[in-house]
Design a protein around this ligand. Structure first.
Ligand code: UN1
Length: 496
């Protein structure tokens, strides 16, 4: 078993604490690697390294920063299979999705490397003569990136790539379930030539490492992806220091199937959306709203298809559904299945923990489909597992009303051939992302990603907006008139 340290100031170092924790394979229980339980003192060391590196990195031309990021993407491309396997072994998503996670990382790093040649500001005319106005983007300083376990390489790459291209130095704290994927990423950034101190990696508990990153005044901005209560905690702690924070939180994403939809296509969509990554995406489809005219047909086919999904070791390419990521996840999923049954929802398939044979040492649960009534807890709360609540609707209006009646607003989908309805849905869904005739998952990196309501606090990651959370805008006025000109007061000269 490999023993990792922390990565501070360009070197792998020991924690000041001897305590370690292990990362394990959720399908087999195999221990994969051990990591230090970092402490506040480790974070302080990382901050000192990031502080020392910041002036040099800020001055390092952005296109050159882009070259290092592109090198990182190129090395990742060479190691895609190995990294994809690590994602699958550590997090449990099936191997095609493990490699997809890595591909999403590569895509984003390649995309954001080019941003080094843009980092665009604006130029505008002045209200005065012989005066020039523009904005430039500047790095914020040391930034903290706190990442989740469900996309153990892609989400770190979204954050690190955008933070680094913008000229910030970074403290990176990965989720304690997936530090190995994160460490491999850090090794690649190192190999790609990132200068010492620019990226620092600290593993350990949220209430020591995480809180220090969030509450230390030298860390100037925070980017966090995770659950709502943790997100609110991060946001409120950082608010005391007026620290900019971007939080990307939960979802309760609906898919609507209208009576004119291509039913088979819609069913393939919901299977992928609800049970891909075992439902552990913040964009996962957790509610299906079916028009009453096609309800029976969809339900029959959907249950039949779900029962054919092969559950097993996610490294096996024939497997469709792997384990959930941890024992805690398994408990949550089983708890919600129990809640659903007690609330009177009808469990149409799945929902059992798998035991025996290959399942004994893993956290396997059958994908579950409930026929539910809107308002039940399983239709309102984020479960983050393979549990789908299906509801029958009379028409589009009812579908949209139910779709929007949740606290979250990340992703949404409608299957219809009616172009008018599709455009109405784009307008009506209260979410940051809407899909037409495609599942709620599968966002592409060159478009903004994020949600409304309790899904976030207004920011968008990735896409053209990726650098917004990691740059300060400076407004510049250049007066070349050789005299004092007074905005709002000056009159234009007569001889104009
Ligand atoms: C997440 O679910 O946490 O839309 C991120 C998707 C991915 C990103 C999801 N590309 O499925």
């Amino acid at each position: 078993m490999q023993k990792y340290g922390l990565y501070i100031d360009g070197k792998w170092v020991k924690s000041v604490n001897d305590k370690t924790f292990e990362t394990t394979n959720p399908a087999t229980g195999e221990v994969l690697a051990s990591f230090p339980q970092g402490t506040k003192d480790d974070v302080l060391k990382a901050i000192a390294a990031a502080e020392k590196a910041f002036p040099g990195w800020k001055k390092y031309p952005a296109p050159k920063r882009g070259e290092i990021i592109l090198n990182t993407a190129t090395i990742m491309r060479e190691k895609k299979d190995e990294l994809g396997e690590t994602v699958t072994k550590e997090m449990g998503k099936i191997i095609a999705e493990g490699k997809g996670d890595v591909q999403e990382s590569i895509d984003f790093l390649e995309y954001i490397a080019g941003e080094g040649r843009r980092l665009l500001g604006e130029t505008t005319p002045s209200e005065l003569q012989n005066k020039f106005c523009m904005t430039v983007r500047q790095p914020i300083g040391i930034v903290g990136c706190i990442t989740p376990w469900n996309f153990p390489t892609a989400i770190p790459c979204w954050k690190l790539g955008a933070a680094l291209i913008s000229g910030n130095t970074v403290l990176f704290k990965p989720a304690s379930l997936t530090p190995l994927c994160a460490a491999k990423l850090v090794e690649i950034f190192h190999e790609a030539g990132l200068p010492a101190g620019v990226l620092n990696f600290i593993t350990g508990p949220a209430n020591t490492v995480g809180y220090e990153i969030v509450e230390n005044p030298k860390v100037k901005a925070i980017s966090f992806t995770g659950g709502v209560s943790a997100g609110i905690d991060v946001y409120t702690r950082a608010a005391k220091l007026l620290k900019p924070v971007e939080v990307e939180l939960g979802g309760k994403n609906p898919q609507i199937i209208m009576d004119d939809a291509n039913i088979d296509l819609a069913i393939e969509g919901v299977l992928f959306g609800a049970f891909g990554s075992q439902g552990q995406r913040c964009t996962a489809t957790s509610r299906l709203l079916i028009h009453e005219k096609v309800y029976k047909e969809v339900m029959e086919k959907l249950v039949m298809r779900t029962n054919t999904l092969k559950i097993g070791n996610p490294l096996d390419p024939k497997v469709n559904v792997g384990p959930v990521a941890s024992e805690e996840q398994l408990k949550t999923v089983l708890k919600y299945i129990d809640i659903g049954i007690k609330e009177g929802a009808k469990l149409r398939c799945g929902g059992k923990k798998l035991t025996g044979r290959i399942y004994e040492k893993g956290f396997f649960v059958q994908p579950a489909i409930f026929e539910a009534k809107h308002g039940m807890r399983i239709t309102k709360e984020e479960i983050f597992g393979p549990v789908l609540s299906v509801m029958k609707v009379k028409n589009y209006e009812e579908a949209i009303k139910i779709a929007n009646d949740v606290e979250y607003g990340l992703s949404s989908s409608i299957y219809t051939k009616n172009i008018n309805l599709a455009f109405r849905a784009i307008e009506d869904f209260e979410t940051g992302i809407t899909y037409i005739n495609a599942p709620t998952i599968g966002a592409e990196v060159h478009l903004p990603f994020g949600g409304i309501k309790n899904t976030g606090n207004g920011g968008r990651e990735a896409g053209t907006t990726a650098i917004d959370e990691f740059t300060e805008i400076k407004t510049v006025f250049i007066d070349y008139s050789n005299k004092l000109q007074k905005a709002q007061i000056e009159e234009l000269s007569e001889n104009m």
